[in-house]
Write a protein that binds this ligand. Structure first.
Ligand SMILES: [Cu+2]
Length: 264
């Protein structure tokens, strides 16, 4: 009954756009994966909490580097920061690409590595031998149910604070990850790994949980944007969030730059 009342309230306030399923954290959430770094890749992901506290993750992508493994993670955080997919302006060194390191302040740390088997912590973030491989046409299909015991605390309650990033691009078009494309991966170097091509680690797609906007903007102001008083309120809130993320981003980039500098 409580849920019905919530829905009645929601409908009264606004939104024909909302579909059933975005109201409860225990139902599936859909994620649209959009290209980063002009990768030409895209896809969809579905996160479904299981009845025993686990999380079923399904990903269908296309346009990825054929025959290559693609690291993929749930990024974000549980400290209240509103992480998001990085805008083009996250390219702080101006080389035309948002590197994984440059994107981290926006999309947050790795919370779950979407590996095919074994460990799913951040420690497996670059375990390319356990990530799914795109087929000869660049299509990638992934499905895994991560049991409750392997999920960070708060994962299911805060799915809206997470998003998926798939990595791996081929900027010089030779069909593989190689050092001639973008040089060595600063991220890998910062982890003490030498000789890892940056092409293998740069983001290819990113997608945010669709329910997040609905949950934080119950008047639907973002979608409708008709300039009413309610929309202005939502816009101000969104701006405040962006400002906070930008501040955090500046600090994060500085830290990574210092680390990267020590490696060189
Ligand atoms: Cu990632």
């Amino acid at each position: 009954m409580k849920l019905n009342k919530l829905w009645a309230l929601g409908a009264a306030v606004a939104l024909p756009l909302l579909v059933p399923g975005t109201a409860s954290a225990q139902e599936s959430v859909q994620i649209q994966l959009d290209a980063l770094n002009n990768s030409g890749a895209s896809g969809t992901a579905t996160l479904t909490p299981t009845s025993d506290g686990g999380l079923r993750v399904q990903v269908e992508s296309s346009g990825l580097v054929p025959g290559a493994p693609h690291a993929q993670h749930l990024h974000g955080g549980f400290d209240g920061t509103d992480f998001m997919c990085p805008p083009a302006s996250a390219d702080s060194d101006g080389d035309g690409f948002v590197s994984t390191v440059e994107g981290l302040p926006a999309y947050g740390d790795i919370q779950i590595s979407l590996t095919t088997e074994g460990d799913t912590t951040a420690a497996s973030g670059l375990a390319l031998d356990r990530f799914p491989v795109a087929d000869d046409s660049g299509n990638l299909t992934y499905e895994r149910t991560i049991p409750a015991g392997m999920l960070p605390d708060g994962t299911l309650e805060q799915l809206a604070n997470l998003h998926i990033v798939q990595h791996g691009i081929d900027v010089n078009g030779n069909g593989m990850y190689d050092l001639d494309g973008l040089g060595e991966s600063p991220l890998a170097m910062s982890l003490g790994l030498d000789g890892v091509p940056a092409e293998g680690t740069f983001p290819a797609t990113c997608g945010m949980v669709a329910g997040a906007a609905a949950a934080t903007m119950p008047d639907g102001g973002v979608e409708t944007g008709d300039g009413s008083a309610a929309d202005d309120g939502a816009g101000a809130a969104a701006l405040a969030v962006v400002g906070g993320a930008a501040l955090l981003g500046a600090g994060g980039v500085a830290v990574w730059r210092r680390r990267a500098g020590q490696e060189r």
